[in-house]
Each structure stands twice: as structure tokens, then as C-alpha cells.
Ligand binder design. Structure first.
Ligand SMILES: CC(C)(COP(=O)(O)OP(=O)(O)OC[C@H]1O[C@@H](n2cnc3c(N)ncnc32)[C@H](O)[C@@H]1OP(=O)(O)O)[C@@H](O)C(=O)NCCC(=O)NCCS
Length: 172
């Protein structure tokens, strides 16, 4: 399991030690506005961590906790998985931050390092991201990462914009 570092963050593979911070974020309706609504109980967050740990064990990648390197608090979570959770599909990147950490450039900082890991270490041929059509903050982040809108597709039960960055177009 891979720990990554950026100037302000330590990216730790999601584990049981992150449950409280993760649950605080997952139960915030503002954070979860475009992600299907808040997660109800602590058991749902525990189950999410268990699923993520299985993917780390099977695939060697998954979701990280974005830990503030200065004070150890959980600033957010981000990861690499696959569209439709099926490894036959292209790699997919995703992110969410605690509300108190929005507007500081932390998502971009974490995702630039995760994109680097995806291309350099995992040798992913492409990285995709999907979003609710109304999620303007994620659109801005996708554009800052150099991802291009490639059309609308059905994923996770909805027709959603798909954004893509091919390894040959990536500028570290
Ligand atoms: C999507 C999400 C992570 C974006 O968070 P964010 O704080 O806007 O993104 P960043 O951390 O990259 O910060 C960029 C913003 O911080 C500002 N900023 C402040 N200091 C900065 C710095 N040192 N470097 C870069 N940007 C900085 C930028 O101006 C930028 O604001 P702008 O987009 O209005 O121009 C956040 O809105 C979120 O968690 N949303 C809920 C979950 C969600 O929807 N997840 C994605 C599903 S697809």
C-alpha cells in the first residue's frame, strides 16, 4: 500500500484509523450534495473503508485519506478506481474535501500527485473522471488537471459528463 506526500498533505491508504474524520465528511450534506446525499450511519462509513481495503489488497490502489501534514486532521479523501468499479473499464479518479478545507487548492494538490502516481507508477493509459452535471467545483478541478470533456455516458445509474486525460497528453 502506497503512502504519497505533497507539500501540505500525507496521502494514507484509507484505513479504520480514518473512520471518524471520514464519517464527519460523508455525513455533511454540502460535501455529499452531488454524491448521492449524506451517508447515514457510522457502519456505512466502516463498510466503505472495508470495501476500499479489499481493492487495495486486490488491485494495489484505491482511495487515500488526505491527511493535513501540519496537524494530522483528515482534510479529505481521493482515489483511483475504475469506472463502474470494474477493472475491465478505464481507471477513474475521484475526490472530496471536508468543507473547512475548500478553496485552498488542496484538492488540486492531492490530485496532481495521484495523477502522477496513476501514470508513472500504475502506468494507466488514461484517467477518467465523472461528475454530476451541476458540480461546477469538480468541473474546474478537472479542467485544472488538464482533463477534457469527452461526452456523456451512463455510469452508476445516471447519464454523466465524462472527462479524460490520456497519458500522452499529461504534462507533469
Ligand atoms: C470538488 C472539491 C474537492 C473542490 O474543492 P476546491 O477547494 O474548490 O478545489 P481545490 O482544492 O483544487 O481549490 C481550488 C480553489 O481554491 C483556490 N485556492 C486558494 N489557494 C490556492 C492555492 N494555493 N492553490 C490553488 N488554488 C487555491 C483557487 O482559487 C480555487 O478556487 P476557484 O475554483 O474558485 O478558482 C470540493 O468542492 C468538494 O469536496 N466538493 C464536494 C465533493 C464532490 O463533489 N466531489 C467530487 C465529485 S465528482
Amino acid at each position: 500500500m502506497t503512502i504519497l506526500h505533497t507539500a501540505r498533505l500525507r496521502l494514507e491508504p484509507l484505513d479504520d484509523v480514518h473512520v471518524d474524520g471520514l464519517h464527519a465528511m460523508n455525513s455533511d450534506p454540502e460535501v455529499m450534495r452531488w454524491l448521492g446525499g449524506p451517508v447515514a450511519g457510522l457502519d456505512d462509513t466502516r463498510a466503505m473503508i472495508a470495501r476500499v481495503r479489499t481493492r487495495w489488497a486486490e488491485w494495489g490502489y484505491g482511495w487515500w485519506a488526505l491527511v493535513d501534514a501540519a496537524d494530522g486532521t483528515l482534510a479529505g479523501a481521493a482515489g483511483i478506481q475504475h469506472l463502474g468499479k470494474d477493472p475491465a473499464n478505464p481507471h477513474e479518479i475521484g475526490w472530496r474535501l471536508q468543507r473547512a478545507h475548500w478553496g485552498m487548492g488542496l484538492a488540486g494538490e492531492a490530485m496532481r500527485e495521484i495523477v502522477r502516481h496513476g501514470f508513472e507508477t500504475l502506468q494507466a493509459p488514461q484517467l477518467c473522471a465523472i461528475r454530476d452535471p451541476g458540480n461546477a467545483a469538480s468541473l474546474r478541478l478537472m479542467e485544472r488537471l488538464g482533463m477534457r470533456h469527452v461526452g456523456m455516458q451512463h455510469w452508476d445509474g445516471a447519464l454523466v459528463p465524462v472527462h479524460r486525460l490520456a497519458r500522452e497528453d499529461w504534462r507533469p
